[in-house]
Design a protein around this ligand. Structure first.
Ligand SMILES: [Zn+2]
Ligand SMILES: [Zn+2]
Ligand SMILES: [Zn+2]
Length: 137
């Protein structure tokens, strides 16, 4: 029983079920963001719809955030502690490696774009960087 999994679910007010724990475990050990297809491959005995529903629940509760990878696929990555139900604070850039295809969250503030002119309210922001990751250099 992984203590960190239970702690995360508890902190975000999500009831721990075996499926939720299994899905969350996939993210605690991965550095790169993962797609639904990758999770299916990693958990061959789980069914696609159930995995998808679990991802949606985690997204709503502030455990995971969705990332558009630019090719039309949706990736998911762990949220920082600051995220919670109905409010995500994932204003960090994402780095896409053009060699291995991995997308990783960068733990650094996104550029000054967050300071919008008066009257605009920011709800979401996606900053995508492309290049070569440390593993591929
Ligand atoms: Zn988030
Ligand atoms: Zn790479
Ligand atoms: Zn991210």
């Amino acid at each position: 029983m992984n203590h960190q999994i239970l702690h995360t679910l508890e902190q975000k007010n999500v009831r721990p079920t075996p499926m939720r724990m299994l899905v969350l475990e996939q993210f605690l050990h991965a550095r790169a963001a993962r797609s639904l297809g990758e999770l299916e491959t990693a958990m061959p005995r789980a069914d696609r719809i159930t995995i998808y529903r679990t991802l949606r629940t985690f997204e709503k509760k502030g455990i995971l955030h969705a990332i558009a990878d630019g090719s039309g696929a949706t990736l998911y990555a762990l949220c920082p502690d600051a995220c919670g139900p109905a409010h995500h604070r994932d204003f960090h850039p994402h780095f896409h490696c053009v060699r291995c295809g991995a997308t990783t969250c960068l733990d650094m503030p996104a550029p000054q774009l967050a300071r919008l002119p008066e009257g605009y309210q920011l709800l979401d922001m996606e900053v995508q960087l492309r290049g070569i990751c440390p593993d591929c250099r």
